[in-house]
Design a protein around this ligand. Structure first.
Ligand code: TRP
Length: 340
């Protein structure tokens, strides 16, 4: 029997929006539905502290919000092969992370391009912030099979911005294996190719903190109002001018979310020759987004009543169970323990 596991996660820094869906959740759902893997979806609450340590109320609320968002899009931790893991509640992961810090090269971590980019925005980064790539390696390898064999797989679906972290994690895994024998399984990155979804204000990517997101929890009227305010082709000043559909946020959303593919093609053709106005393409988009969000809203209503705590306890216990042997194997190889 080969081991096939998936681990991926999100930091719990606020409830989720359409950008999270297009960039991550859609892929996670496909993987879950493939029925080929045991899936671990991690709520990275410790790593949320790298940027939001001064907003404890937000962090507390976000754990609940993200869990509900995940449930409402259809991730299904009631299946025995799907686990929602709360990072801070897996003690063996924390220990693994500390052991990893002794293997990781300080200068290598500082060279990490994703970290460098983010460091530029932080005036007083914590030590934990710098350590983020190492800690993320512990997230991944906590569910590694110990002494993996051929055919085993540890799949990590992520966005493009996480690639540097996964490459780092794999260099670390190889280093551990070279030094201590075959302990962990280097991960198999699955990098999403979805273009970043622009915010409703165009330009920037969608982000709740910039106030340009359409959230999974928005009601139909809110979605409509946000869509009607969206940017379109800035050069098109009248509805009978030919317009651009490639970089036009309204059409980017149509292509990403409108299940009526014929309508999308038809609207694009008309738009390109100046035969349909912005208002109409927006009306159709608002309808399409609400069609997409309706089942998510329905599920959310149902799950608002379930006990999220029990759900996260059982997912975190599953992760702890897999992590302990990894941590113990490494601890032993590092000769950490009482004297004989
Ligand atoms: N760093 C990831 C992000 O910001 C979230 C994350 C934490 C993660 N731990 C992970 C992703 C482990 C993949 C694997 O999006």
């Amino acid at each position: 029997m080969t081991t096939k596991r998936v681990l991926t996660g999100m930091r719990t820094t606020g409830s989720l929006h359409l950008g999270h869906y297009a960039g991550a959740l859609k892929r996670w759902l496909e993987i879950q539905e493939s029925n080929k893997y045991e899936n671990f979806f991690l709520l990275a609450d410790i790593q949320a502290l790298t940027t939001h340590a001064d907003q404890p109320e937000l962090l507390k609320k976000s754990i609940r919000d993200v869990t509900l968002d995940w449930l409402s899009v259809g991730l299904d931790p009631f299946r025995s092969d799907v686990h929602f893991v709360l990072q801070s509640q897996v003690p063996a992961r924390a220990e693994l992370s500390i052991l990893f810090t002794m293997m990781a090269q300080y200068h290598e971590v500082l060279r990490n391009p994703t970290l460098k980019d983010e460091l530029a925005n932080q005036k007083q980064p914590s030590l934990g912030f710098i350590n983020y790539p190492v800690d993320q390696a512990a997230d991944i390898y906590m569910v590694s099979p110990v002494n993996p064999s051929g055919g085993d797989q540890l799949l990590v679906p992520v966005g493009q911005d996480q690639v540097a972290h996964l490459e780092f994690a794999n260099r670390l895994a190889r280093k551990i294996n070279n030094k201590y024998g075959n302990i962990v399984l280097p991960c198999d990155p699955l990098v999403g190719h979805v273009g970043r979804l622009p915010g409703v204000g165009g330009g920037d990517k969608m982000s709740k903190s910039k106030g340009n997101s359409i959230d999974l929890t928005d009601d139909a009227e809110t979605v409509r109002r946000k869509v009607m305010k969206m940017y379109t082709d800035p050069n098109r000043i009248s509805p009978n001018m030919p317009g651009d559909v490639i970089n036009n946020p309204v059409f980017i959303y149509h292509r990403a979310f409108n299940d009526d593919r014929n309508q999308v093609l038809e609207l694009s053709d008309l738009y390109k020759v100046g035969k349909v106005g912005d208002v109409e393409v927006k009306e159709r988009l608002a309808e399409a987004l609400n069609r997409f969000l309706d089942p998510i809203r329905e599920r959310r209503k149902k799950f608002e009543k379930v006990n999220l705590r029990d759900l996260l306890v059982s997912g975190s216990e599953a992760a702890q169970k897999y992590c302990l042997p990894v941590t113990e194997a490494l601890r032993e190889k590092m000769f950490l323990g009482y004297p004989d």
